[in-house]
Design a protein around this ligand. Structure first.
Ligand SMILES: COC(=O)c1ccc(CCNc2nc3cc4nc(N)[nH]c(=O)c4cc3[nH]2)cc1
Length: 373
C-alpha cells in the first residue's frame, strides 16, 4: 500500500505484461480481472467471498448508484467502501456507456446526456463534471473519464464525431477531477475499429495526461476477430508505463487474447451474470448445469478446481438447486466462475513472469472442448 498511485511493470513476455498497481487501499496484481459490483454488490457474493476468489479490485457503476441509493446518500454513510464492506480498491465506470445501454429517452448534447431512469422513469443529467463529482462522493480509487461509446456498426463519420466529443469530455473530466493524491483518473480511448481515429484519440489523451488508459468502444457486438484486430494495434498507441484497461471483456479466451496483446486490466459481468443462469466456465469449456444429463452426475463441475462449489458439491446437486431455483445455485456458480477467472489471471501472471506465456496459452487452449461438457 502506498499514499500515492503508481504502476510497477515487473516483466514482459512478447506483448504480454505483468506488474503491480500500487494504491492507498491495496495493490492490484496485473494482469487483473475486476468482478462487477454494479449496485454496490457483486451479485450473489459476500465481499469476503469475492476477496477469497483472489480479486484485488472490483468495479462499481456511476449510473446505477446515482439512481439508487444516490451518491450523496453513500457519501453521507461514509463512502462506497464502507457502505458495501469492501476495503480494497474500487474502480467506477463513469456512466455514459450505461446510460446508452440501459436508460431510455436519452438526449446527447455537447454538455452531456439527459435520460430517464430505467428504475422509476425520473429524469437525470450526466456531464463530465457531474460524473467526476459522483465518483468522488462514492470514494472511488480509480475514476473513469465521462465518455461516449458509439454502438457498432456505425459509419466512420459517426465514430469520428463521437471520438472527438469524448476527447473534449476527457479534458473536462480532467479539469473537474482536480488534484487528488492517491486517487487515479483513467482516460478512455475511442475510435471504433479505425486505427487512425484510435491513434488520434490516444494522442489527445496523452496530451491531457492520465494515470491509466482504457481501450473503450469495444465488446459492443463487433465479435472477437474484429476486437483482436483492434487490440493488435490499440495498446501500443497508449503510454507503455501506465496501466491499459480493456472495458467489458470478456469470455476466458477473450481475456487471454487481450493479455497476449498487452492489456493489463479487464472487467466483465459474464462470470457473475452467467453463473446466475447456470453457465459454468471450466478448464475444459462451458458446463450448462441445467442440462438434464447432469441430473445424476456425482462428479464435481471441475475436478481440478478448489472452489467451494467444486470441493463440496456434485453436478447432480448443482443441477437440482438450479432446477429448484434455490438461492444457493447462483451463489455457488458465481463463486466458481469468479474463482476460475482469477485462476486464469494468476496463471498468466506467473507464466509471463517466467517467460512462459506461449506454453501457458497453448495449454489453456488445448484443454478446451467446444460446446457443453
Ligand atoms: C452474460 O454476459 C453479459 O450479459 C454481457 C453483457 C455485456 C458485455 C459487454 C460489455 N461491454 C462493454 N462494457 C463497456 C463499458 C464501457 N464504459 C465506458 N465508460 N466506455 C466504453 O467505451 C465502454 C465500453 C464497454 N464495452 C459482456 C457480457
Amino acid at each position: 500500500m502506498t499514499a500515492t498511485f503508481s504502476f510497477d511493470l515487473k516483466a514482459t513476455d512478447g506483448k504480454a505484461r505483468t506488474g503491480v498497481i500500487n494504491t492507498p487501499r491495496g495493490d492490484i496484481r496485473t494482469p487483473a480481472f475486476m468482478p462487477v459490483g454494479t449496485a454496490a454488490t457483486v451479485k450473489a457474493m459476500m465481499p469476503e467471498s469475492v476477496a477469497a476468489t483472489g480479486a484485488d479490485i472490483l468495479l462499481g457503476n456511476t449510473y446505477h448508484l446515482m439512481l439508487r441509493p444516490t451518491a450523496e446518500r453513500i457519501d453521507r454513510l461514509g463512502g462506497l467502501h464502507q457502505f458495501m464492506n469492501w476495503d480494497k480498491p474500487i474502480l467506477t465506470d463513469s456512466g455514459g456507456f450505461q446510460v446508452m445501454s440501459l436508460s431510455d429517452l436519452r438526449k446527447l448534447t455537447e454538455e452531456g446526456v439527459t435520460f430517464k431512469s430505467h428504475i422509476d422513469g425520473s429524469r437525470h443529467h450526466l456531464t463530465p463534471e457531474r460524473s467526476m463529482e459522483i465518483q468522488k462522493l462514492l470514494g472511488s480509487d480509480i475514476v473513469m473519464c465521462f465518455d461516449e461509446c458509439p454502438a457498432l456498426p456505425a459509419d466512420r463519420k459517426r465514430i469520428q464525431e463521437s471520438m472527438e466529443l469524448s476527447m473534449r469530455w476527457a479534458q473536462r473530466s480532467r479539469d473537474a477531477f482536480g488534484d487528488r493524491p492517491g486517487h487515479a483518473l483513467f482516460g478512455i480511448q475511442q475510435g471504433g475499429l479505425e486505427e487512425d481515429l484510435r491513434g488520434r484519440s490516444a494522442e489527445a489523451l496523452r496530451a491531457i495526461e492520465f494515470d491509466g488508459y482504457a481501450v473503450g468502444g469495444l465488446a459492443v457486438g463487433e465479435g472477437q476477430e474484429a476486437m483482436f484486430k483492434v487490440l493488435d494495434f490499440a495498446p501500443d498507441q497508449l503510454p507503455v508505463d501506465k496501466p491499459r484497461y480493456l472495458m467489458g471483456v470478456g469470455k476466458p479466451d477473450d481475456i487471454v487474447g487481450a493479455v497476449k496483446r498487452g492489456i493489463d486490466m479487464m472487467d466483465c459481468v459474464l462470470p457473475s451474470r452467467s453463473g446466475r443462469t447456470g453457465q459454468a466456465f471450466t478448464r475444459r469449456g462451458v458446463v450448462n448445469i441445467k442440462n438434464a444429463r447432469h441430473a445424476d452426475d456425482p462428479r464435481p463441475l471441475d475436478a481440478e478446481c478448489t472452489c467451494p462449489a467444486c470441493s463440496n458439491y456434485s453436478r447432480a446437486y448443482l443441477h437440482h438447486v438450479f432446477r429448484a431455483q434455490e438461492m444457493i445455485s447462483g451463489m455457488l456458480l458465481t463463486w466458481h466462475n469468479l474463482h476460475y477467472f482469477q485462476e486464469i489471471m494468476a496463471g498468466m501472471r506467473t507464466a509471463i513472469a517466467a517467460g512462459a506465456f506461449a506454453d501457458w496459452e497453448a495449454d489453456f487452449h488445448a484443454g478446451r472442448a467446444k460446446g457443453d461438457i
